[in-house]
Design a protein around this ligand. Structure first.
Ligand code: FMN
Length: 212
C-alpha cells in the first residue's frame, strides 16, 4: 500500500491532498460498496476482533465507547434474527458469511472508572437511564461508521441494514443486558458484480456545506 510509512511524519499532507494513496482511498470509500449478496466463505470472530481493536480508537463522547457487537453465526441465531428483519433483508441475514448486530449499551457508565480515569466518580454523573440511552445511541452510531471503514480496511465488504424491528431484536437477544440494537451488518466478500446496486451519486461539497 502506498501509505506504508515508517513514521507518521513521512505522510504527505500537502494542501488539498490526501495523506493516503488512491489505492487506500478506493478501498475505503470510492470503490467500496454496500453489498447485498456474498460469496461462500467464512468471516471469523478473530477478523472482526482485529478490526475492533483498530476502530475502538475512534472518538466517542467523553470516551464512553458504547458500541456493542453481537456476532450471529449459527443457523439458529440467524433464524432468530431474520424473524425481526424487514422482509427484503431476511434472506440476506440467512445467507451472509457472518452477520453482526451493532448495538448501544445504555449502561456504558459502568466502565467509566476505567475509560475516563482523569475524572474520578464520573460514572455517578449519569443517573438518568433515558439520557444515558440517548448518549449511547449517538456515540455508538459514530462507532458503527468507524467499524464499517475498518472492516473495509481488512478487505471485508459490508451490507448495512436498518430495516428491522429493533425492539423485537432487543427483546430477542438483549433482554439480559439492555443493549439497544442500531444496525445489522452483513459481512463477507461480494458474490459478483451484481452484489450491489448500480452506484448512486453523492452530494457535492457545496451542496452540504456552508461557511460563516
Ligand atoms: C443506516 C443504514 C441503513 C441501511 N438500511 C438498509 C436496509 O434496510 N436494506 C438495504 O437493502 N440496504 C440498507 N442500507 C444500504 C444503503 O442503501 C446503502 O449503503 C446506500 O444506498 C449506499 O450504497 P453504496 O455504499 O453501495 O454506494 C442501509 C445503509 C445504512 C448506512
Amino acid at each position: 500500500m502506498s501509505t506504508d510509512t515508517t513514521s507518521l511524519d513521512d505522510l504527505d499532507f500537502s494542501p488539498g491532498g490526501l495523506a493516503i494513496g488512491d489505492d487506500v482511498a478506493d478501498l475505503l470509500f470510492r470503490e467500496a460498496r454496500s453489498v447485498n449478496t456474498f460469496a461462500d466463505g467464512d468471516v471469523s470472530d478473530e477478523q472482526v476482533g482485529t478490526v475492533y481493536d483498530l476502530v475502538r480508537w475512534g472518538p466517542t463522547m467523553m470516551n464512553t465507547v458504547p458500541l456493542r457487537l453481537l456476532l450471529v453465526r449459527t443457523r439458529e441465531g440467524r433464524e432468530r434474527l431474520a424473524a425481526h428483519m424487514a422482509e427484503g433483508n431476511r434472506d440476506r441475514v440467512l445467507a451472509a458469511p457472518l452477520t453482526v448486530v451493532a448495538a448501544a449499551d445504555p449502561n456504558f457508565h459502568e466502565h467509566l472508572d476505567v475509560l475516563v480515569p482523569h475524572l474520578p466518580g464520573v460514572r455517578d454523573r449519569f443517573p438518568d437511564p433515558a439520557a444515558r440511552e440517548a448518549l449511547a445511541r449517538s456515540s455508538a452510531m459514530l462507532q458503527i461508521g468507524y467499524l464499517i471503514v475498518g472492516l473495509r480496511a481488512a478487505g471485508l465488504h459490508v451490507g448495512p441494514m436498518g430495516g428491522m424491528d429493533a425492539a423485537g431484536i432487543d427483546a430477542e437477544f438483549f433482554a439480559g443486558n439492555g443493549w439497544k440494537s442500531l444496525m445489522v451488518l452483513n459481512l463477507g466478500t461480494p458474490a459478483g458484480p451484481e452484489s450491489a446496486r448500480p452506484r448512486a451519486p453523492r452530494l457535492e461539497f457545496d451542496q452540504v456545506s456552508a461557511t460563516v
